[in-house]
Design a protein. Structure first.
Length: 161
């Protein structure tokens, strides 16, 4: 096998093994705020940099960024929360004048891929309300505790059925 081809195959495999991919970008209304959820695969512990922007009238408006400079108009109404595999943008007092194409751009330090980019068209009248976090979905282990301890409580005659 040609050594150049071998190196190309190895680099391709390494790139696929280490790349960070945006899985999903979704938008919803949380009260009067727009919430954008940018879900991504996190395969390293390397630092994440991000940029949320909006494209309107063929002009890019950077809202929040660790990649570049943000615009003050939208930045003052926005905030970011970040957890493993998720970066969320909140834009307070979302109005029809804020409608447009929203973009999430992620870059992992030391990653072999170029920046990952996803966009979504946001129209206020078509946005769904954000679902609340359910304790039943989020963490069910505390629900099992009373069920598992029921026989013990019955054995000590604390509970009678």
């Amino acid at each position: 096998m040609n050594p150049t081809v071998s190196i190309a195959v190895i680099l391709t495999v390494l790139q696929a093994a280490h790349c960070q991919m945006i899985k999903d970008l979704s938008a919803c209304l949380q009260g009067s705020s727009l919430r954008l959820d940018c879900h991504y695969d996190n395969k390293t512990v390397n630092p994440l940099t991000y940029e949320f922007s909006m494209v309107k009238d063929n002009r890019k408006h950077v809202i929040q960024s660790t990649l570049g400079v943000s615009e003050n108009i939208l930045k003052s109404r926005s905030s970011i929360t970040q957890s493993k595999n998720l970066v969320c943008l909140y834009l307070n007092n979302f109005a029809t004048s804020d409608e447009g194409i929203y973009v999430c751009e992620l870059k992992i330090t030391g990653d072999y891929t170029i920046n990952q980019i996803k966009n979504i068209t946001v129209i206020k009248d078509k946005l769904e309300k954000c679902a609340g976090i359910s304790f039943l979905i989020q963490n069910t282990s505390w629900l099992l505790l009373p069920l598992l301890s029921l026989p013990l409580l019955q054995a000590v005659d604390f509970v009678s059925l």
